[in-house]
Design a protein around this ligand. Sequence first.
Ligand code: ZN
Ligand code: ZN
Length: 105
Amino acid sequence: MTVDEIRLLIANDRIDKFYNRRAWRRKSKQILKRDNNECQIHKRRGGYARARNVHHIKELKDFPELAYDDENLEAVCIRCHNELHPEKLERFRKKEKEFTNEERW
Ligand SMILES: [Zn+2]
Ligand SMILES: [Zn+2]
């Protein structure tokens, strides 16, 4: 996937398509292995948690050219990852609310 293609996905709010790509799955597996399946944020705080996600240190939407850059990727656990992306949770909550309203009507 080229940087322009990623930019297009970002513009269309379809970044999920990037994460579903085989190239990303392969890359994230490689990063999890590199980081020993250990959450790097927990590790920096002197703790341990099993990593499940791979995080873009410089956000994908701001730095699509770093999408597959090893230096920009780190293994994180789901809890830390959610803390890193509060805006995603917010959006999810909003969607849920809208959905509830729809149901009511
Ligand atoms: Zn992330
Ligand atoms: Zn963590």
